[in-house]
Design a protein around this ligand. Structure first.
Ligand code: KIV
Length: 261
C-alpha cells in the first residue's frame, strides 16, 4: 500500500507527536469549513444517513450515495486527505470490497474505511494498493443499538486481536468508537499507527466527530462524549431563520437598500 501525499502529511503529523483532528463532511461547503478550521483529515462517513438523509441508522446508505458525497467533498477541499466509508453491503466479499473501494477512490477519496475485521477484506483492499483505515469498537452498521463496546474481558481481548491484525496487515490508522478509555489507551500503546477515538477517551492519538454533532445542528439526544461548552450553530441558524420570517411578515425586509432601482 502506498499513501497519497495528503495521507503522508497526516501520518507524519502523528509521528511528530501531534494530536490528530478528524471531522466528517458530506459536501463541498462543509469540506471548506472543516479545512479552514485546521483539521488533519476529512471523513466522508456513512453517518450521512442520519446527519443528511434523516434516517435513524447508517444501514440504508448506498455505495452510489457515498461516491456522490465523496465527489462533493473532494471539490470543496484543497489539500486535506479524504477517507470515505464503505457502506453496509459494499464489502461482503474481497472482490466486491476492492471494486467498491475503487469507486470511492475514483470519486476523490485517498483511502477507505470499513467496520470490524471481516475475513480477507482488509488484505484484499490493501493488496489492490488502496489505503485502509480500520474501525473497531461500536460498529454502527451492525450494532443495532448504541452501547459502549469492550467493557467485558472477552470483548476487550477480541478488539485488541482485531486491532493487531488490522495493523499487521498494513492499515494506516484505526478509529476506536465508544470503548472504555483504558482499553483505547492499551490499543494505542500497542500499535504503531495513529488511533482516532470517538467516545474513546483522551488517550487515542486523535479525535473524530460528526460535523453536525460538533456544531449542534441536530436536535435531540446528545451523546456523553460530545463537547458541551461550544456555542450551538443550530440555535444560531434557527434564530436567523426566525428573524428573516419576522422581517418578511412585518415588511421590514426587503428595505429600499436591499432593492434594485
Ligand atoms: O460514519 C461516521 O461518521 C463514522 C465516525 C463516527 C467515525 O464512522
Amino acid at each position: 500500500m502506498v499513501l497519497t501525499q495528503r495521507l503522508e502529511a497526516f501520518f507524519s503529523s502523528w509521528k511528530t507527536g501531534k494530536r490528530l483532528v478528524v471531522l466528517t463532511a458530506y459536501d463541498a461547503t462543509q469540506a471548506a469549513i472543516v479545512e479552514a478550521g485546521g483539521v488533519d483529515l476529512i471523513l466522508v462517513g456513512d453517518s450521512l444517513g442520519m446527519a443528511v438523509q434523516g434516517l435513524d441508522s447508517t444501514t440504508a446508505v448506498t455505495l452510489e450515495q457515498m461516491a456522490y458525497h465523496t465527489r462533493m467533498v473532494a471539490r470543496g477541499r484543497k489539500a486535506l486527505p479524504i477517507v470515505a466509508d464503505l457502506p453496509l453491503g459494499s464489502y461482503d466479499d474481497p472482490e466486491s470490497a476492492v471494486e467498491s473501494s475503487r469507486i470511492l477512490i475514483s470519486a476523490g477519496a485517498d483511502a477507505v474505511k470499513f467496520e470490524g475485521n471481516p475475513p480477507g477484506i482488509a488484505r484484499a483492499i490493501l493488496a489492490s494498493g488502496i489505503p485502509v483505515m480500520g474501525h473497531l469498537g461500536l460498529l454502527p452498521q451492525t450494532a443495532g443499538s448504541f452501547r459502549v463496546f469492550g467493557k467485558t474481558s472477552p470483548e476487550a481481548a477480541a478488539l485488541q486481536t482485531d486491532a493487531r491484525s488490522l495493523a499487521d496487515l498494513g492499515c494506516f490508522s484505526i478509529v476506536l468508537e465508544c470503548v472504555p478509555l483504558s482499553l483505547a489507551q492499551r490499543v494505542t500503546q500497542e500499535l504503531e499507527l495513529p488511533t482516532i477515538g470517538i467516545g474513546a477517551g483522551p488517550f487515542t492519538n486523535g479525535q473524530v466527530l460528526v460535523f453536525h454533532d460538533l456544531l449542534g445542528l441536530l436536535s435531540g439526544h446528545k451523546a456523553k462524549f460530545l463537547p458541551r461548552s461550544y456555542p450551538s450553530v443550530g440555535d444560531l441558524a434557527r434564530d436567523v431563520v426566525l428573524h428573516f420570517a419576522n422581517d418578511v411578515r412585518s415588511g421590514v425586509y426587503p428595505s429600499d437598500q436591499e432593492s434594485y432601482h
